[in-house]
Design a protein around this ligand. Structure first.
Ligand SMILES: [Zn+2]
Length: 361
């Protein structure tokens, strides 16, 4: 056996053992909450943010590109060798094995360095909240509350002629929101920022992502090519992923709490707008007449933003975004988020439960 082959087989066996261990650990949510989400992960993520946060561009995006090109290269090599009659089957299959090892490595790294947070107990256990059923009246009350907050923030911003945020202000305001929130809930502490615009912004618009967390480098990525009024809330959402909330509804909820604790009115507006859209959608599903009445009460400035948002979505809707939506939906369902893409909307349940227990800011 050659030296290279020995390394490849040892790597494959190690990765398979780690993948199996991840599979078995994932079932023990209490253990993960205690030892991973509140043990290993916070230190690791802080270390990654310190290590890569100062780099002005996204290292993670470059890594993603290298890995994608490497896998495609190996697959291309496999296809070419398939047509080489003189090549042995062993030689034909080697690129496929290499691609498999790269993908298995990505899988193991992803779950060990972040993805196990999908299997923690999270907000339910930490805040003692139950994301259960809610009735129509509760939804109407929440819509009313969010509408008032959103409309008033829009009015203030328009009066101050403050309608867009640059990246530095957005990241600073988000950080300040988390620092204020930490005083009430120390476990939501966020230190050592690592927030960057995504290199794939325009592509992202067609694929349909607004932001993402990169577990390989600890960087929080924001798609700065989406409408500006959406971006501040996306930053807070990605920061929630960075501190270990993998579930989308929980990241939405923690992002909402932090953004509304920020002193920046534009940041607050962005989060109230997003949350209102979730709660409004929930209400429309049970009572379209009541939902329409809320639509009539929107501030004209909010209406303009919603028209711009709708146009943005329509302009970028392609077969590619339909396809990636399905793939992402499947991915979320495989990671303990029963409702897939719709699980983002479960944030309404968290906000209502929080409202009931603590009152809203
Ligand atoms: Zn997310």
């Amino acid at each position: 056996m050659t030296y290279g082959k020995l390394i490849r087989i040892s790597l494959l066996i190690t990765l398979l053992i780690l993948a199996l261990s991840i599979f078995f650990i994932a079932g023990n949510h209490g253990w993960i909450e205690k030892n991973y989400a509140n043990g290993f992960y916070p230190g690791l993520s802080r270390f990654l943010r310190i290590l890569f946060g100062w780099i002005p561009f996204s290292l993670g995006d470059i890594l993603y590109s290298i890995v994608s090109v490497s896998v495609l290269w190996q697959l291309g090599k496999f296809v070419v060798r398939l047509f080489h009659k003189t090549d042995s089957w062993r030689k034909k299959l080697t690129p496929l094995l290499t691609a498999g090892i790269i993908l298995l490595f990505v899988y193991v790294y992803f779950y060990l360095f972040w993805g196990l947070n999908y299997y923690r107990q999270g907000i339910e256990q930490q805040l003692g909240l139950k994301n259960g059923k809610f009735d129509k009246q509760q939804l109407i009350d929440l819509n009313n509350y969010l509408l008032l907050q959103m409309n008033s923030r829009k009015e203030i911003c328009l009066q101050k002629k403050d309608t867009t945020m640059n990246n530095d202000r957005m990241f600073q305001s988000a950080l300040q929101g988390y620092q204020t929130l930490e005083k009430q809930f120390p476990f939501l502490r966020y230190k050592h920022a690592s927030l960057k615009p995504s290199m794939f912004g325009e592509i992202g618009n067609y694929v349909g992502f607004q932001g993402y967390y990169n577990p390989f480098t600890g960087e929080g990525q924001v798609n700065t090519a989406i409408p500006n009024f959406l971006q501040p809330y996306v930053v807070c959402h990605e920061m929630a992923h960075q501190i270990g909330y993998a579930s989308e509804s929980e990241a939405n909820f923690v992002g909402f709490l932090s953004a509304t604790h920020s002193n920046d009115t534009l940041m607050q507006y962005s989060s109230y707008l997003d949350m209102f859209l979730y709660a409004w959608g929930n209400l429309r599903a049970v009572d379209s007449t009541a939902a329409k009445q809320f639509g009539d009460q929107l501030h004209p400035g909010v209406k303009r933003d919603l028209v711009a948002y709708r146009k943005f979505v329509t302009d970028h809707r392609t077969f590619l975004s339909d396809w990636t939506d399905k793939l992402y939906d499947y991915y979320l369902k495989q990671n303990r988020q029963r409702k897939g893409i719709e699980s983002y909307g479960e944030v309404t349940g968290w906000v209502l439960a929080y409202h009931h227990k603590y009152g809203l800011k």
